[in-house]
Design a protein around this ligand. Structure first.
Ligand code: ADP
Ligand code: ZN
Ligand code: ZN
Length: 677
């Protein structure tokens, strides 16, 4: 290539402006995206630092006026250079531009205006700092800490059952790092978990912690970035993006709940934070530890075959804490016995019992809103979103129907595009007045609780109740302070929370996540049940869990009820082997979408025809098919599944496909997204 696109100094506001420089002959082999160079800049020609973000053969203006790169800068060892190297890794591994990758790893620089009303994020959550408590570990936790630090060069997987005290293991490791003057990054799956872990960590590390989360303003983010650069803080906690904290002496990266989907970015670069963390750990010499009570099959497989080190915590940490008793309620039998309510007899009885004892209850249901869908009982028509191929969900902004005197749900909304409309009074097809919501959502569950357990104090936590900035913390801290008896919620409530007074967990519809067409539906179900069940009986009081299911003999449910991760792993792996799914092979999901239905179909056909030549090297191609939901937000969506046991071949196919589709269909606005698993 003749030219390099270069950004000058990485004061981050200039990321968007790249300049073209000629590559001198002697540097041709040495220049690649991410390389740091010296270039003459401006009228004075003064030398400035620059970073190569791309190579090209075409000049964007008068060739004679293009200046030449003056030389290479020594490979920097500072934190920002490391991040640029990491960006180059992301660009290469996930097929995005260097620009996009840089935008991901570097914060946008903005003026930080001090706002007196806005206190520090840490303070907001935990209150002012008190005396640090002493960190006490039991023998098991101590053993794991020692094992983990034995070989810092290797990635460790900590499989610790719910309540086994993984948080304290993390804290002890951070403390040991701190004692050596090294910094730690703690990744958590999402914001709803920060409340718990930040409170714990703050007790011990006080002002040395920074918290990153998506609800911080740009200024706040940049502020944290600078604090990390200057060495003011020792620990950074946050979701994915916390991996890009510019620590100089990084000693430790922890990925808590490593099995969570949120560790996979959904925007370009669509990186998997676990892979990016492996790169950063290697680059900086930091120790990488991933923890979970329900490790992903992928990671557990790597632990069993020796790619990772495996560490196990098999008992609950709180002295006297016992594992809860798990009951499985067969909802088919309940129906046979004439019970048509949301609650099985057993769950209802246990809820009454706990309310009587002033103990707390969590009810988990993985669907928000009032009901799953609305349909006409006369003709069967389901009310759908005009922009998406999905049924609308009923939400209960209640009103009283004047004709019947009955309360009705009045608002229908689309969970994919946000379209809302009011509930029609009669069927748009046949005019029948008998249209009604079906299925159960968290709002309906709340209503049922109020009717069945009058007097119980109830809180609900789902996407509808947590849109405001501190709503998560408010709901969770109110529940922790026993200002409510029952907490109802979606998957937001199942992870990581530690409420000592919760002695009953109800998993209201355990099958919801099983009945999806994803190859990992069973894994997901096992994880959700185990995590939800893990919220019960974590303190001195003993606990119960009720799993309600229409399919109780399914191994995802029976293994979770028996707390047998290994048995689940074996069953699920034999299924993946049989059908050749990850982690047995690599799989690429090619997703194409466009508002132009013809174009998206033509692009999908083109992609498949290009791939045919790879079939000779063991490639399996399925599709093109329409996505489960063919239309979302007026975009038509096709998908192609590609399997091959060689990661390299998959990468080659990705590059070829992306180039071809961009070339032929960019005018028609066909968007392609590649997910490799
Ligand atoms: P996990 O993250 O593995 O599910 P936690 O870290 O939340 O578990 O710990 C569960 C409970 O056990 C918490 O209440 C915690 O304070 C307590 N705990 C952890 N370690 C110890 C210990 N060594 N001694 C006493 N209590 C502990
Ligand atoms: Zn009808
Ligand atoms: Zn919609």
């Amino acid at each position: 290539m003749k030219y390099a696109r270069i950004i000058i100094d990485i004061s981050a506001e200039q990321i968007d402006r790249a300049f073209t420089y000629r590559i001198p002959e002697e540097l041709k082999e040495k220049i690649a995206p991410g390389t740091r160079v010296q270039v003459p800049f401006g009228a004075s020609g003064r030398k400035r630092k620059g970073i190569v973000i791309g190579l090209t053969d075409t000049a964007d203006f008068d060739e004679d006026k293009i200046k030449e790169i003056a030389g290479l800068l020594p490979k920097g060892l500072d934190a920002e250079s490391e991040l640029i190297e990491l960006a180059a890794f992301l660009a290469n591994e996930y097929g995005c531009t260097m620009n996009q990758a840089l935008m991901t790893v570097l914060p946008i620089k903005t003026e930080v205006r001090r706002n007196s009303r806005r206190r520090d994020a840490v303070e907001q959550i935990s209150g002012p700092l008190t005396e640090p408590e002493k960190l006490e570990l039991n023998a098991d936790q101590l053993r794991v800490c020692n094992e983990v630090m034995k070989d810092p060069g290797r990635t460790s997987l900590l499989y610790g059952i719910t309540g086994s005290g993984k948080t304290r293991v993390y804290m002890e490791l951070i403390r040991r790092c701190q004692a050596e003057g090294k910094k730690s990054i703690v990744l958590i799956p999402e914001i709803s978990l920060t409340y718990q872990i930040v409170t714990e960590l703050t007790k011990y590390f006080g002002q040395k912690i920074a918290v990153m989360h998506s609800k911080l303003s740009r200024g706040e983010k940049y502020d944290q970035y600078k604090k990390a650069l200057s060495g003011e803080i020792d620990v950074c906690v946050g979701p994915r993006s916390a991996l890009f904290t510019p620590f100089k002496d990084l000693g430790l990266i922890i990925i808590d709940e490593e099995h969570e989907r949120t560790y996979q970015s959904e925007t370009s670069p669509r990186y998997d934070v676990r892979e990016a963390a492996i790169f950063r750990a290697k680059q900086t010499g930091a120790k990488l530890l991933m923890g979970s009570a329900t490790p992903s099959l992928e990671s557990y497989k790597k632990a069993l075959n020796g790619t990772y080190d495996l560490h196990v915590l098999k008992t609950r940490a709180h002295p006297g804490a016992k594992l809860p008793k798990i009951h499985v309620a067969d909802m088919r039998r309940e129906l046979e016995l004439g019970n048509r309510s949301i609650f099985s007899a057993e769950l209802k009885e246990l809820i009454d019992d706990r309310l009587g004892k002033h103990e707390q209850i969590m009810l988990f249901l993985n669907r928000r809103g009032y009901a799953g869908f609305v349909s006409c009982r006369s003709c069967g028509r389901v009310i759908k979103c005009p922009h998406c191929d999905v049924s609308l969900t009923a939400h209960n902004t209640w009103y009283v129907d004047p004709r019947t005197g009955q309360k009705q749900a009045a608002l229908l909304s689309c969970h994919y595009c946000g379209y809302t409309t009011s509930m029609p009074a009669s069927c748009p097809d046949c005019g029948s007045r008998f249209i009604a919501p079906f299925g159960t959502g968290t709002q309906k569950l709340e209503q049922a609780c109020r009717n069945t357990f009058p007097g119980a104090r109830i809180l609900r936590m789902d996407a509808d109740t947590t849109s405001a900035k501190h709503s998560y913390e408010n709901i969770l801290s109110a529940f922790k302070a026993h200002k409510a008896d029952i907490l109802i919620g979606t998957q937001m409530i199942v992870k990581g929370h530690d409420f000592e007074n919760v002695t009953l967990v109800g998993i209201v519809a355990a099958d919801l996540s099983l009945n999806t067409s994803d190859y990992n539906a069973s894994e997901r179900t096992y994880q959700l049940i185990t995590q939800a069940a893990g919220r019960s009986g974590r303190g001195e009081l003993s606990g119960d869990v009720v799993i309600q299911s229409y399919d109780p003999s399914h191994y995802a449910i029976s293994c979770a009820a028996e707390r047998d991760y290994e048995a689940f792993y074996e069953r699920e792996m034999s299924y993946r082997r049989l059908l050749n799914y990850p982690p047995e092979t690599f799989m690429m999901f090619v997703r194409l979408k466009s508002e132009d239905e013809e174009a998206v179909n033509a692009a999908a056909d083109l992609a498949v025809s290009l791939l045919q030549k790879y079939e000779s090297c063991g490639t399996e191609i399925i599709g093109p098919c329409s996505e489960n939901i063919y239309k979302i937000n007026d975009n038509y969506r096709k998908i192609i599944y590609i399997k091959n046991c060689s990661h390299d071949i998959i990468m080659r196919m990705r590059t070829e496909l992306s180039d071809a589709v961009n070339e032929s269909f960019s005018q028609k606005k066909v968007y392609t997204v590649f997910d490799v698993r």
